[in-house]
Write a protein that binds this ligand. Structure first.
Ligand SMILES: C[S@@+](CC[C@H](N)C(=O)[O-])C[C@H]1O[C@@H](n2cnc3c(N)ncnc32)[C@H](O)[C@@H]1O
Length: 206
């Protein structure tokens, strides 16, 4: 929790309470439904919460922005981002129902009003969004094929609408989209912990 304050010092008391509550909630839910590797639960704040918030270091979403988290699992990166941006709407989608249930229960327990969840394949989702975010779901080019239909033509942020993904060191092997403008940030520029040494945020306009 101190780790979140180290990089996001301006949190309100409500946000601090919400981030602090995640530890017990995820420890409890993860013992019933596996959404985080069990040996990694002790690293919840560094490997999952702070990692998710890497997206907030590359873009500050404007109030009213609509975002889909594709393949959210237990709620990453959607739930940490929804805590940080209470005026932004997050729609968390996953094809595995019991994982979506964890995301729904955690969001409800901490009183998030800006989160909706859906048990579906993202291919079935018809709503429009300004951005799609995603962590550890599928290669960029596959994500782009699925979300082209979901990106709103209306712009309300400094960065044009598109896809923002969290990626690990495997990115070198991945094909980069050629027709879209792609920007990459090393998360080690923002976060000093060794875990972030190879982690990247990738933004692709759609
Ligand atoms: C490795 S998990 C990552 C979960 C979460 N994003 C995280 O970082 O903790 C990948 C998730 O993507 C979901 N997924 C894969 N393909 C999907 C699709 N086409 N539509 C919706 N969810 C999908 C899986 O069900 C799984 O929960």
């Amino acid at each position: 929790m101190e780790l979140i304050l180290k990089y996001f010092p301006d949190l309100t008391e409500e946000q601090k309470g919400q981030f602090a509550a995640l530890y017990n909630l995820y420890t409890d839910w993860n013992s019933k439904i596996n959404v985080i590797s069990r040996k990694d639960i002790g690293n919840l704040y560094e490997h999952h919460v702070l990692h998710s918030l890497g997206i907030a270091k590359v873009i500050r979403f404007a109030p009213g922005t609509k975002i889909m988290d594709l393949g959210t699992g237990g709620g990453f990166p959607g739930i940490p981002l929804a805590i940080l941006f209470p005026e932004v709407q997050f729609h968390l989608v996953d094809s595995i129902g019991k994982k979506v249930r964890v995301a729904t229960e955690v969001a409800g327990s901490i009183g998030l009003k800006n989160v909706t969840t859906r048990h579906a394949r993202a291919e079935e989702e018809k709503q429009l969004f300004d951005f799609v975010v995603s962590r550890a779901v599928m290669p960029l080019t596959d994500l782009l094929k699925i979300i082209r239909k979901n990106i709103s033509p209306k712009q309300r942020n400094a960065l044009p609408n598109g896809l923002i993904c969290l990626k690990g060191g495997e990115l070198e092997k991945e094909a980069m989209p050629v027709r879209n403008k792609t920007t990459m940030w090393d998360l080690k520029e923002f976060f000093g912990e060794e875990f972030f040494e190879t982690k990247k945020a990738v933004y692709v306009t759609v």
